[in-house]
Design a protein around this ligand. Sequence first.
Ligand SMILES: *Cc1c(COP(=O)(O)O)cnc(C)c1O
Length: 787
Amino acid sequence: MPKKKMLEAVELYLKSEFQTTPAEATPDQLHTAVSRSLMAGIADRWHASAEKHQNTRHAYYFSAEFLMGRMIYNNLLCLGMTEEIGQLLEKNGASLDAFEEVEDCALGNGGLGRLAACFLDSAATLNLPLDGYGIRYKYGLFKQKIEGGFQKEEADDWTRYGDPWSLRREDEAVRVEFADQTIVAVPYDMPIIGYNTSNIGTLRLWQAEPVQAFDFNLFNAQQYDAAVAERNRAEDISRVLYPNDSTDDGKILRLKQQYFFCSASLQDIIRKYKKTYGNDFSHFAEMNAIQLNDTHPVISIPELIRLLTDGEGLSFDYALDICKQVFSYTNHTILAEALEKWSQHLMERTIPRVFHIIVMLDQYLGGELHQKGITGDKEYSMHILQHGTVHMAYMAIYCSRYINGVAQLHTEILKNDVLRDWYQIYPEKFQNKTNGITQRRWLALCNPELSDLLTRLLGNESWKTDLSQLKQLEKYVEDEKVMQELCEIKLHSHQKLAEFVQKKDGITIDPNTCFDVQIKRLHEYKRQFLNILAILELYYEIAEGSLTDFTPTTFIFGAKSAPGYARAKGIIKLINEVAALIDRDDRVRGKIKVAFLSNYNVSYAEKIIAAADVSEQISTAGKEASGTGNMKLMANGAVTLGTLDGANIEIVEEAGSINEYIFGATVDEIRSVQEHYNPNGMYHNDYKIKRVLDALVNGTLNDGGSGIFRELHDSIVYGASWHRPDQYFLLLDFERYLEAKKQVARDYKDQLVFAKKRWMNICNSGKFSSDRTIREYAKDIWHIEEV
Ligand SMILES: *Cc1c(COP(=O)(O)O)cnc(C)c1O
């Protein structure tokens, strides 16, 4: 559809649906009208792309999370319609800014879900036949409010004003059966619009509904109540992202969610396959590749076997053989608590036939291990079923064609440590695929001024589909005028962020300070706690006058804590208490400031990242599998202040160590000190460490009577029943981190020197485009080609 037609369609839509005009319409009506009109405009292209994907070897990305963010701006960008729609709105006294009110689509927690979204974007842009499958949660990740310094959660009713970027496809609904209920999975399709290309991918999200259409006219009161209960029980399955799993009922619900979307997706894939090949499954593995994003969709493996054997009459061996060719598995973490395990008992109760198939898989695995000469304790430790639990990662490795880690270091740790035994028997299965981010959203969209500079210097927009083009711009590092311009762009982005933060969070931040940001989920291993302790020490030194030349800095935090994670919530409170302590002290006014920004999500990230000067990536070495926030920040000209962990290592390799601030213990150092690590001794012998930790318990900082600051203090100094003191080695890195922070502040004073570091980061961010990552998956894992 030509652009002019699309504009007319918007006006027509407003008139016919809402009896209004662009000038009179609410932001919400405008959003619906623009989105729906563009959806109509791309319908033919979308349909044609779906056919093309189907008719060639294609891949599916199975993920329990897709953190899509706000769709309207990105879709306008990819369609090249931003200006036209902006002008249409402005002609009528409205503006694109109206869409700032539109809710994010936050069907994910953090990095893993955002990665899935970036991958779909890249595949669509590269004309690769990749489509996504997931869950259409009614409530996405909670909304975070800060009250009295504490996190409060509110439900995220993201479709409250509709969901104009989805199409309900009731005609393709399927049934999913559990031991105690049968439900219907109804697909909702979202277009994944490639940048400046005709290819459009599909994200198909399943919604759980009752089998029986709900017609209350038919019921008497008793039947009505029973029907309501049944409907609720069905809808529960796609109601919330990560239901609380501290009880058995909660655990069963999660298992049901996983099985629900995997079964529905596989039934869908088989149905489409059969349209061409009928009952001949000999081409199934040749046509389909399925990527399992972490262990959440690994239940797909026994489910595909079930569908192919019970459903299609294939032999078990044949079905297993198909699985071993079709599935690949991405590991995202080496934290032991995240390697998913299910109680055999719960699984058997909920999906008995699938469990039976897992038992058979485990027997086959045992046979293979024996053949390879593995017996005894080692054999037992590799079984899928051990001591009444089902090890999902082991099932994934056994039945997958490939398994990959998400950064070089992470993959090495998997091969040599966490999954060592598996690597020894299946070395050919292991690969690395360093994560990436889409530069469409994370540079072109979120930082238009920097984008314009890059395009102007390059003479074209090629970097938007090939980020490595920016390497050519390195030479401008010696061009003071360009460096000057870079500084002005950053300053302007500071001003825009400051305005937004004032409006949204009521916090005043000074755009003329250095913006040091740590934005990511709150977790002990990510060490926001270390950051705030170091800030507290800087504050003391500035206040007492021992640190005199500190560059005025605003320390910006954005982080949600899991609702049941008491320590993480305590760290949020701590950050806010330190912020208040600093705000009260005239001695440090204008020199140091802490701002905790509430409800960190994709849309907030876009604004913070454009304005960041320093990117805090300070996880304990060996704990952060990759990180992707680090990549977004790098591409926007923030320097990394980080440990040698995850993709930080590759960032330093690309941009050069003189352009980053690397500090702290390496994986090897941590391994060697582990045995005799004595944080209690450090606490008593180091007055800086002592005074910042004491502030938690001597009345300096107030945790509102919750006792959580004492708990945080003790977790470092004494440990707890389930862990040694300071298990994430904050004190080991404290002094070196503090020094690195001071070095940043010194260097920041010379804006030209700092601009050069920024520039080297931007120009060398090419490797971290998810286009590069997706090309590698396409070539080395999925074996798919452009359509
Ligand atoms: C990129 C992103 C993340 C991941 O950040 P890390 O620093 O890699 O943990 C989390 N949340 C949102 C909203 C993001 O955009």
